[in-house]
Structure formats: structure tokens, C-alpha cells
Write a protein that binds this ligand. Sequence first.
Ligand code: GDR
Length: 334
Amino acid sequence: MPTALITGITGQDGSYLTELLLKKGYLVHGIVRRSSSTVRTRLDGLFHDKNIYDRQLFLHYADLDDTTTIRRIMVKTQPDELYHLAGQSHVGASFDIPETTCQFTAMGTLKLLEIVRDLEKQPRTLHISSSEIFGRPNESPQNEATPMRPVTPYGIAKAFATQMVALYRESFGIFATNAICYNHESPRRGESFVTRKITKAAAAIKLGQQDKLSLGNLDGKRDWGYAPEYVDAMWRILQQETPDDFVLATGQQHSVRDFLSAAFESVGLNWRDHIEQDLRYMRPAEVSRLVGDAAKANKQLDWRASVGGPEVAKLMVQADLVAITQSSLPVVGR
Ligand code: GDR
């Protein structure tokens, strides 16, 4: 049985990747941040499955900057593949907490690479990089050769981590790779990201539980894909003969407005009746027009994103309708 270790296993991508790897017969170890709350909703199904938890899936506790504990987990679990998904992932928040962002997203990655460098059995390593590294690019669409011009603390931290991964590959011969991911969404997306904020509100408004939604910049344009497809590409990257970096994207660009109208129209609502602009959600600097060219992934990984922004919006609204309806059902028998 191949063994995988995942940092950030409780996140959107971590949970989909775990399901994929379990299906493929992997032993999956996950690193979970130590905190007083034990919220890991996305893994709940697996966690309560006695045939899986502690048999094929194991959780370990460590913060990303706790090098000693992470090294101990690596030595103990001896992974064949390491998927590094953890970090401070909110771009807007990175303006408020730039030090924390760099500590976890930039230095956390470097510390992990240093541990891998010292290991006798070095796992094939994948780092989730981000389209934010391109910032305000001179070219569109962007590919693996596009120069990095990040404009947010998050983008700068990711650019550092991405370049370190390439450096460890080239200088120390480590099988280290970057998945340069454009936005990828799903019903498991965190509620502070714009897509989930929109789909949850569309569902709640449709069900009469909410009336207005406050948003920031509606002109932002993104390349939105569907998260389960992206974790499949991550796995494919680590099955290649040689380590390399890959852009993962749909190649289609939509504005926040487009996403809003797809989500609201899917339940017969007009978003203009419900949206208020709130300066609190505007960012001091914003990447303008990101769209990715995934031709290399298409060719070498035989991977293609088939679900684009408007479709993701619709499926997320449907999932939120179900979730809200179920959570407001009266509990029988108590
Ligand atoms: P992004 O995603 O910054 O692209 O990073 P996010 O959903 O946060 O923002 C997308 C666009 O929507 C605009 N926006 C708002 N954003 C948020 N979060 N909340 C709002 O109320 C709001 N109103 C408008 C933003 O200004 C922006 O233009 C995501 C993250 O998953 C990163 O971790 C990842 O690396 C990149 O995608 C690729």
C-alpha cells in the first residue's frame, strides 16, 4: 500500500484528496493544526467510519512551524508522497496578518522542504501554489513560464514557497513539484471565500432566511474550476517520471458579477435586488485578470478541467439549498 501524508487535510482540497487516495488504496496520514476546537466537518464521514479511521486514515497533530513534531511524524509515517496543502489561504486576510501569512505559507513550506532534505527516504513532494504568484501579469493567459509579479502578501508568500520548491528540486535533487492552482471551488469551500459566500446567500435568500448580501469588488475576474478535478491533477503530478511544475486552470475567465448571476439565476433570483457593496471587503491591492493556460497539464498529465465557473456556481447553490433545508429540519425524537 502506498503511503501519503497530507498537510491541511481538513480543508476543502485535503478532504477531496483524502477520499481520492483512499479509493486508490493508499494509507493516508493527515496533519491537523492543534487547536481547542475539533472542527473537521469535511472529514466527519471518514472519521466516524470504523473501517477507515485508524485503519487506512490516521490524523496527527502539529502546527506547520513545529518542525520537531513534523519531522517526527514524517519519520514515523515514512510517506511515499507528501501533499503540502496547509497555509493561510485567505488573500484578503493576508493584508491584515502578513506576518502570520509568511510564517505559515512561506516559512512553513521552507521548513517542510528542509525536513524532506534530511530524510533518508524522501517522499515525492507536491506544494499547492497559486495563481496569486502572477499578480498583475504582462501576459494572458499565464503558464508555467510567466514571470511572477505578486501584489498581495499572500501572493508574495506563495511566490517564495514556489521558488523554494523549484530550488530544492534543482539544487538538491528532491522530487519536489508545484501545482499552480487557479481558484477551485466546491460545496466544501470555506464560507469566507466569495463563491461560497454567494452560493450560501443565494440559497438562504431563496428559502426566505436572508435578504441582503454584502460584498466587496464585483469587477474581480477569476478562473474558477471544480475542486475534485484539481486534486486528481495533484495526484497525477506525483505519478510523473520527473518532478515538474504545472498550471491547473480551466482557461475560462468570469467576473464576480458573472458568478453572482449564475448562482442567483439558478434559483430564479435577480442578484441586483440583494447585493450591497461594503468597503470592508475591498482589498488594498487586487490581482486584476487571472486566467490560466493548462496546456502542459493537458498534454503531460492527460488532465483537463471540465467544469467551469457558472456550472460550479449552480452545483454549489444546489448543495447549499440541501444543507440549509436539512439543518433547519426539526430534530425528531429529542
Ligand atoms: P481569491 O479568492 O482571492 O482569488 O483566492 P476569493 O474568493 O477570496 O476572492 C475572489 C474575488 O472576489 C472578490 N470579492 C470578495 N472576496 C471575498 N473573499 N469576500 C467578499 O466579500 C468579496 N467581494 C468581492 C475579491 O476581491 C476577489 O476579486 C483564492 C484562495 O483560495 C487562494 O488561497 C488561492 O490561492 C486563489 O484563490 C487561487
